[in-house]
Ligand binder design. Structure first.
Ligand SMILES: NC(=O)c1ccc[n+]([C@@H]2O[C@H](COP(=O)([O-])OP(=O)(O)OC[C@H]3O[C@@H](n4cnc5c(N)ncnc54)[C@H](O)[C@@H]3O)[C@@H](O)[C@H]2O)c1
Length: 383
């Protein structure tokens, strides 16, 4: 992997996480681009990149780059990923892949035509306890899945003076809470169960119809300072009811305004024999419920299934977390670049398109006050 040359466009919260994972996977971090050449210079120093680029457009076309990581605000994902693929680069593009399903479909098609690797960081898939849950469903221990439910709750946009580019639909897209974190929840629910959501009905809530307009503070920061007031067109929360192709029903609550909740992605799958429950804030154990007893399965490599063991990189009692999951994802994309074959479960552009279709449907359902069909289409399994 030492010869793989990675470059990162966007050097905020997640750009720094990508940089660490790229380095740990053995790639050379040849350069970074930020919102200005000055910011790129500063970020190159901080992240230890070999050079700053004047712009993300220059970065994606550099012949000395093999893999481009796109970690910018959402509106730039489509043009930058398209340009990177056209220039022959493998791409890791942050979610949401595009601002709508039509844009995401363009990227799925471009990736398929190129034959290049194209990953989307739905990294919650990489917790060993998530793999264990998936094994218990596919291995039949849970029995037929009947209910899929949970929530993804945060509080960093709780107050009117909490602002971020995500609030602005020109930069973040028409959906905020659902596209940003609901997409992760649905990806995980479908990944663990193997079911696909076929129909959904949603309500969205914009509790804060006005917020300060601030452009340049970090994501997930609680103190965002002052600015001018602006009207908000994106949702703070969404509640979604759904049915699946496997005969289950489910629901999820997605919110960026739930006080005290920081990153509570919580998923429960209730089968005919047992239920499994995963919580991102306590990812070292999987709750397994049976009528006779409840078991907590610890992330102990010796006692996990082979599928989960593969991602358990530390001994028991030495907690693994979000960054480790990110490392595993990036390492797997790089492995796919080398071998030409993505590992089972590696999230790809087709999964980004799936999330974009669900997002469009959530907004449409809320707007039109009706159920929307989201059954999988052949194009989604192609790319
Ligand atoms: N997969 C995950 O778990 C996960 C987690 C967090 C964020 N994200 C995604 O990552 C993306 C970035 O989110 P973030 O939280 O890091 O935001 P952020 O605001 O912390 O960082 C965005 C960065 O983009 C840079 N930028 C802005 N315009 C640019 C341009 N024209 N060219 C190059 N860089 C530019 C900014 O300088 C900033 O460094 C979003 O799409 C978000 O949805 C994914």
């Amino acid at each position: 992997m030492a010869d793989l040359r990675a470059a990162i466009a966007g050097t905020g919260f997640i750009g720094a996480v990508h940089a660490r994972s790229a380095r740990l996977a053995g790639a050379r971090l040849v350069g970074v681009a930020a919102s200005s050449p000055e910011n790129a210079r500063a970020a190159a120093d901080t992240l230890g990149a070999e050079k700053p680029y004047d712009s993300a457009e220059e970065l994606v076309r550099d012949p000395d780059v093999d893999v481009v990581h796109i970690c910018t605000p959402n509106h730039l994902h489509l043009p930058l990923a398209e340009a990177a693929l056209a220039a022959g680069k493998h791409v890791v593009c942050e979610k949401p892949l595009a601002l709508d399903a039509a844009g995401a479909q363009r990227l799925v098609d471009a990736a398929a035509d190129s034959g290049l690797q194209a990953g989307v960081p739905f990294v919650y898939r990489y917790y060993p306890t998530v793999r264990e849950a998936r094994e218990r469903v596919t291995g039949g221990q849970t029995g037929a899945v009947r209910l899929i439910h949970g929530a993804y709750l945060q509080d960093w946009l709780l107050r009117p003076d909490d602002g971020n580019w995500r609030v602005d639909e020109q930069l973040g897209g028409a959906s905020r809470a659902f596209a940003d974190i609901g997409s992760h929840w649905c990806d995980l629910a479908e990944f663990v169960t193997g079911h696909r959501i076929t129909r959904l009905c949603a309500r969205t809530k914009t509790a804060l119809t006005e917020r300060v307009k601030t452009e340049s503070h970090a994501a997930f920061s609680a103190v965002n300072g002052s600015g001018t007031a602006r009207a908000v067109g994106t949702e703070d929360a969404a509640i979604v009811l759904f049915e699946t192709d496997g005969g289950a029903v489910g629901s999820t609550v997605i919110s960026q305004i739930s006080a005290g909740r920081k990153n509570r992605l919580w998923l429960e799958v209730d089968g005919a024999e047992e239920a499994v429950q995963f919580c991102q804030e306590e990812p070292e154990e999987l709750w397994v419920g049976r009528r006779e007893h409840v078991t907590l399965i610890k992330r102990d490599p010796e006692h996990l299934s082979a599928a989960a063991q593969r991602y358990a990189v530390l001994p028991p009692g030495h907690p693994q977390g979000y960054a480790d999951s990110f490392d595993a994802f990036v390492a797997e994309v790089y492995e796919a670049v080398v071998t030409g074959t993505p590992a089972d479960g590696m999230p790809q552009f087709a999964d980004g398109l799936r999330a974009a279709r669900l997002t469009d449907a959530v907004l449409r359902s809320a707007r039109e006050d009706r159920w929307i069909d989201v059954s999988i289409k052949s194009a989604e399994v192609a790319g």
